[in-house]
Design a protein around this ligand. Structure first.
Ligand code: ATP
Length: 460
């Protein structure tokens, strides 16, 4: 039985150390969550898989890690200062605030009152001051998307790598949006991580590349264990497109709260590079050019056919790490009834995504030779640097198995008295609960085969 409600997941995540409410001991901070000991491993596995598929396995991609804080003019010319807004309404009765498009039947979700204000625009960027002197120009924003860090470095990357069209720049990093109504656990938060690609193409080839990326990205999510039946695409209607987009296709996942966006794939045309290159011609900007505050860079690259400089078009697959983690957890969560009537909770994560790959469990915690053998096995597996393996002695064997089923550990290795005699161990499989006996020196190959990655070669 897959996760039927978000509450089951929230409870498991808290209990087992995946995800905690942010600043909890001070009563929390709405729209923030902290990833615990297992959550950070799961998140890292997801990010590593994305980086490997999109940077290492392709021949047309470079990586980048740009600053979160950027010159505030970036956000003027990207259009975010003027248009990155959500209309919001206030409830006059209970003073709560809602995103206008999320208000159902014209009533406040908290108190039911219909006494709501008219929708007003609300800019979702967090503003902060840079440096000790607070003058009118020393402000900056926490970036609301990682994309602009890629656009402002376009020339640096082209000049330093010699890239020619088509090629992409990939980046993973934090983004911040002052969401009016953060909700649904880590689905809509104010601080989150994005995995973004800006894929630069020749104008005219953009629609073909857009289609290819949509297909490629859906396929990639399935390699992580999301079922194809739980993924679908949504073509964003013209009236709902972001200010920079000619066309956007959202990849939707069937969360317990319904079909929602996990990734957006936009055709941003030459909007951003064009805007960062062109505006120096205007009078208003001239003053800032003089003060060295405005981009004078021409963000162009030779057209592969004519060799003339052009501002390329860009396709942007932009995925949320947090929404990805949530989807993996939703897909993996299972409760099954055992023959003895007990309920077993098991996270059927793909082994490559599991936070812990194997737990080494002693049959007896107070038998020193068994404990030593466990620790030696753990050390040998761990020093390969390829998998997280833990020594588990927090309860009896049955409890250790249940505990690791719940956090998705694919294998439990049990050391018993027979191990001391003939150097063999039992390996229990999380999904089938079947156990096999293996010589210790075959354990590494066995685990390695079981957690092997699925490579996702893109057809570019
Ligand atoms: P939504 O319509 O759900 O607000 P969006 O269309 O504004 O999302 P994009 O700007 O396309 O989102 O951002 C790309 C990706 O970043 C989204 O697909 C999502 O996975 C992630 N993302 C955006 N906003 C949030 C948020 N507030 N919390 C968590 N992840 C987010």
């Amino acid at each position: 039985m897959p996760a039927t409600s978000m509450d089951q997941l929230v409870s498991l995540c808290k209990r087992r150390g995946f995800i905690f409410p942010g600043s909890e001991i001070y009563g929390g901070l709405q729209g923030t969550y902290d990833f615990g000991p297992l959550g950070v491993e799961l998140k890292n596995n997801l990010k590593k898989a994305w980086w490997r598929a999109n940077v290492y396995e392709r021949d047309d991609m470079e990586g980048l890690d740009a600053s979160i804080l950027m010159n505030h003019w970036t956000w003027k010319y990207s259009g975010h200062e003027d248009t990155f807004v959500d209309p919001m309404v206030d409830c006059r009765a209970c003073k709560s605030r809602w995103r206008a498009d999320q208000v159902k039947n014209g009533r406040c979700e908290k108190c039911g009152s219909a006494d709501l204000t008219e929708p007003r625009p609300f800019n979702m960027m967090f503003r902060t001051m840079v440096g000790p002197v607070a003058d009118e120009d020393s402000y900056a924003y926490l970036r609301p998307e990682t994309a602009q860090g890629i656009f402002v470095n376009f020339k640096n990357v082209v000049d330093s790598t010699g890239r020619r069209l088509p090629f992409g720049i990939a980046q993973i990093g934090k983004s911040f949006r002052n969401e009016i109504t953060p909700r649904n656990f880590i689905f809509r938060v104010r601080e989150f991580e994005q995995m973004e690609i800006e894929y630069f193409v020749r104008p005219g080839d953009d629609e073909m590349w857009h289609r290819r990326w949509v297909e490629d990205r859906i396929n990639w999510w399935t390699t992580l264990g999301l079922s194809r039946d739980n993924l679908r695409i949504y073509e964003v209607p013209a009236g709902e497109l972001a200010h920079y987009s000619k066309a956007t296709v959202d990849v939707m996942y069937k969360y317990p709260i319904g079909w929602e966006e996990i990734e957006g794939i936009a055709n941003r045309t030459d909007f951003d590079l064009g805007s960062h290159s062109k505006n120096q011609d205007t009078l208003e900007l001239h003053a800032h050019v003089m003060k060295n505050e405005h981009s004078t860079a021409k963000l162009t690259i030779p057209d592969p056919e004519t060799n003339k400089p052009i501002v390329p078009y860009v396709i942007e697959p932009s995925a949320g790490v947090d929404r990805g983690v949530l989807a993996l957890l939703c897909e993996a969560y299972d409760e099954e009834t055992l023959p003895n009537g007990e309920t077993r909770t098991v996270l059927r994560l793909k082994p490559s995504m599991s936070p812990i790959k194997a737990a080494v469990v002693p049959l007896k915690r107070n038998a020193p030779e068994i404990v030593d053998a466990c620790k030696a096995i753990k050390r040998d597996l761990q020093c390969t640097g390829e998998m997280r393996v833990v020594y588990e002695d927090t309860g009896n064997i049955g409890k250790a198995y249940r505990r690791h089923d719940e956090v998705g550990t694919p294998y439990c290795i049990t050391v018993d008295f027979e191990t001391l005699e003939n150097k063999t161990v039992t390996i229990r499989d999380r999904d089938t609960m079947a156990q096999i006996r293996l010589p210790i020196d075959e354990v590494y190959d066995y685990l390695k085969k079981g957690i092997a990655e699925t490579f996702t070669r893109c057809e570019s």
